[in-house]
Design a protein around this ligand. Structure first.
Ligand SMILES: Nc1ncnc2c1ncn2[C@@H]1O[C@H](COP(=O)(O)OP(=O)(O)OP(=O)(O)O)[C@@H](O)[C@H]1O
Ligand SMILES: [Mg+2]
Length: 235
């Protein structure tokens, strides 16, 4: 299965959520997860390399793709094999669109798009959705309210939510703005980080399990992730 974190807006939380999701899946599912960093900045990959210094076992491998290759999936078979595989193949893309992303965006099973409600972000998100339509992407579109500030009144939220719901699944639970997510690593999800993403990710996994022929098996999650209650709202 291919799950791709993408949108054409930079800085909306793609890499943060991709890392958190990969860690979360590693904790609650027996399925193997493979990460592909398809962003020229290679943030996910650099973080993963940096985390080799940590005294915690690695959860998954991260591979860089698309560096030299203009069309990394020109043989096509690789992409189809990743799609048909029982393993979870997670891609993190750059915040700018590139022709080399076309095949991946077309053949992903799920495209997860984190977005914010600022005017610029809303516009970019809609342009991205439109582009997926033009590509005739087969992927299910999933939208996540990212870096959501619960004390803030987002004036365009209602209209944007109605619009997004026409194109895909808008997950009910937002991922709130939290300091703890700024220091996430690729080897663990500490209690408050888990708390910050679990509602949203449980909705995401439920949706994937309902719509995909390959299911993300969920094992008893309490056993594998240590619970803790956040001390501060913004932590
Ligand atoms: N929920 C959150 N709460 C607080 N800070 C966040 C949250 N999500 C992301 N951030 C911060 O926002 C910044 C951008 O996040 P991130 O790098 O994940 O975005 P991105 O979409 O991958 O960016 P790019 O388009 O450059 O790849 C980072 O500094 C990250 O720590
Ligand atoms: Mg990124």
């Amino acid at each position: 299965m291919i799950i791709t974190f993408a949108t054409q807006k930079g800085g909306t939380g793609k890499t943060t959520l991709a890392v958190a999701f990969a860690n979360y899946i590693s904790a609650i599912s027996e399925r193997k997860i493979n990460v592909f960093d398809f962003d020229y900045q290679k943030s996910f990959y650099h973080k993963w390399k940096e985390d080799e210094l940590l005294d915690i076992p690695k959860l998954y491998d991260v591979e860089i793709i698309g560096e030299e290759d203009e069309q990394p999936f020109s043989d096509f078979e690789t992409l189809i094999n990743l799609k048909e595989s029982d393993e979870i193949n997670l891609f993190d893309l750059a915040g700018t669109l590139d022709a080399k992303y076309s095949d991946l965006l077309i053949y992903s099973d799920f495209i997860v798009t984190p977005f914010e409600y600022s005017d610029v972000s809303v516009k970019s998100t809609l342009v991205f959705i439109n582009m997926l339509g033009l590509l005739e992407s087969e992927a299910e579109r999933i939208f996540i309210r990212s870096k959501y500030d619960k004390g803030y009144k987002y004036l365009n939220q209602e209209a944007m939510d109605i619009e997004l719901a026409k194109y895909g699944m808008l997950l009910p639970s937002p991922v709130f703005k939290r300091n703890c997510l700024q220091t996430i690593n690729t080897r663990s999800l500490i209690g408050k980080q888990k708390y910050a993403v679990e509602h949203t990710f449980d909705e995401l996994i439920k949706y994937i399990n309902e719509t995909s022929k390959i299911k993300i098996q969920v094992i008893k999650k309490r056993e594998k992730i240590k619970d803790s209650i956040p001390t501060n709202d913004n932590d």
